[in-house]
Design a protein around this ligand. Structure first.
Ligand code: FAD
Length: 482
């Protein structure tokens, strides 16, 4: 059987694409583990949107300023112009965003936005609410516990995917393949991402010669609570700072004012680097303080953070929380055109965090990523339906491969890779360290390793190579001269 569409990933991008595919199309959506184990589910802050047509120009400007104009301007314009309809479309279908006391949409502010334009749901659980809404309304077949380990890709045409479904090989043919598999979090030692997010698909792209772009542009979130046993660290959303939370040292000194005029509301890369630099120079622990909040307001606006930190032993907003930056978001990804089609291919698409539409440039403006998933999934489906590409089996050279997912020595190398990415390809980069890292990765690639680690290493290699090629600091890519 040939599917019309296979969608890899059940985050905002994948589920939103599925929502636009008519029921007479045969669609398969696959994900690792369970459908809600994805970054979308964990998103707290909200979805950015131009508030009205007059705000498009400013939303575009803010996005370009955050991205240091490395953005693709057409993609940014498209994102903002489509944002109002994307939100209306969701709300008309029943998605509920929080309202203010007057019953209007409660827009909030986040770092580097010049005005309030972030919508949220259930206070600080926007991702969870959006994900539950999309999953509940998904009318196509979703199959969990399915890892894509290869693309059936040849000469610009994708014939589908090679899956490991519940541990068993399965080949799925499809006329169109939509990659919505998210970013690369698990290749960094400290990160905020779901454990399903490991950059495997980006690795397959490297292997097949499918183009990646801006892979050095990795965003580090400044306010993460590291002291938890899980690999995924607890994020303290940007919206907290938008509403007045302050970053301070052990003595209560707000040192960020020395680094940027916008202090806590400066772009993420600046705040992350300032924290990194200040703590290295002074040895001080860094805290997020909530002393500007009343308990009533805090509990209402951030109910989930209040509850989660209560369980971790913090009485918010009265106590401050020790924080550190951690890897958060991949601006780079699979190089796509304005219709989300992967460059140089006929029927392969990429949407959401796995894609590089160019919307984010050198740094993502807060809360633009859920929006990107919503907007470009719709554009992608509309374009693919119009193209109506059909694969032709006669032209596909079916090579049956067998992959071993994991091998005995993988764990040690995986941990070494995570450390290497954190210490040498992280917030502050030194050219010689990047060159050394590349040598180290090449050594690991020569070991007898499993398929998943192999793919992670290829993704890491592409990040390091791009970082070496980008000689000057810009946005999230910061090269320290020594
Ligand atoms: C803690 C946190 C808070 C955030 N807060 C915000 C916010 O407030 N606002 C905002 O705009 N953005 C936020 N972001 C970023 C945003 O959540 C993500 O960029 C966005 O959700 C990505 O959506 P996606 O659909 O591209 O991928 P994801 O939601 O990450 O989904 C990826 C899917 O791909 C599947 N997958 C991965 N690899 C494979 C494979 N090999 N085979 C099969 N399936 C695979 C996964 O199982 C998963 O289903 C946050 C991110 C995090 C981690």
């Amino acid at each position: 059987m040939i599917y019309d569409y296979i969608i890899v990933g059940t985050g905002v991008a994948g589920l939103s694409a599925a929502r636009y595919l008519p029921l007479d199309k045969k669609v398969l959506i696959v994900c690792k583990k369970s459908p809600w184990e994805c970054n979308t589910f964990y998103a707290q802050g909200g979805v950015a949107s131009a508030v009205d047509h007059n705000d498009i120009e400013l939303h575009v400007k803010d996005t370009l300023v955050a991205g240091v104009e490395l953005n693709d301007k057409k993609a940014v314009q498209t994102l903002s112009e489509h944002s109002i309809d994307a939100i209306k479309d969701l709300m008309n279908s029943g998605m509920k965003f929080d309202l203010n006391d007057k019953g209007n949409l409660a827009y909030t502010k986040e770092a580097a936005h010049s005005r309030n334009r972030i919508l949220h749901a259930d206070g600080d659980a926007t991702g969870r609410e959006l994900h539950m809404f999309l999953l509940k309304n998904c009318k196509h077949e979703v199959v969990a516990d399915s890892i894509v380990i290869d693309l059936l890709y040849e000469d610009g045409v994708c014939h589908g995917v090679h899956l490991l479904q519940n541990g068993k090989d399965r080949i799925v043919y499809a006329h169109n393949t939509i990659l919505a598999s998210g970013g690369v979090g698990s290749i960094y030692r400290y990160h905020t991402n779901s454990t399903t997010i490991a950059g495997d698909i980006q690795g397959i792209c490297v292997e097949k010669g499918i183009p990646l772009k801006d892979m050095e542009m990795m965003q580090f979130h400044p306010t993460v609570f590291l002291d938890t046993p899980n690999a995924r660290k607890t994020l303290l959303t940007e919206a907290l700072r938008g509403e007045g939370a302050q970053i301070e040292d052990e003595e209560g000194f707000r040192f960020l004012q020395k680094y940027h005029k916008d202090a806590e509301l400066a772009p993420r890369d600046i705040v992350s680097r300032a924290i990194f630099d200040y703590s290295q120079r002074t040895g001080s622990k860094i805290y997020l303080s909530f002393k500007n909040f009343s308990k009533r307001f805090f509990k209402k606006r951030f109910p989930n953070i209040y509850k989660n930190f209560m369980e971790l032993g913090f009485d918010l907003p009265f106590e401050r929380v020790p924080i550190s930056p951690a890897f958060h978001y991949s601006m780079g990804g699979i190089d796509v055109d304005i219709n989300a089609r992967v460059k140089g291919t006929k029927n392969l698409y990429a949407i959401g965090e796995v894609a590089c539409t160019g919307v984010h440039g050198a740094n993502r403006l807060a809360s633009n990523s859920l929006l990107e998933g919503l907007v470009f999934s719709k554009i992608c489906v509309a374009f693919a339906l119009k193209e109506d590409f059909k694969i032709d089996f006669k032209n596909f050279n079916k090579i049956k491969k067998h992959f071993i997912l994991q091998k005995a020595g993988d764990k040690a190398i995986k941990n070494a890779l995570r450390n290497l990415m954190w210490t040498k390809v992280g917030i502050v980069r030194i050219n010689q360290n990047l060159i050394d890292s590349l040598d180290e990765i090449n050594l690991y690639l020569n070991e007898d390793i499993g398929r998943l680690l192999f793919l992670r290493l290829l993704t890491a290699k592409s990040i390091i190579k791009s970082a070496i090629n980008r000689k000057k600091s810009i946005g999230a890519h910061y090269i320290k001269e020594i």
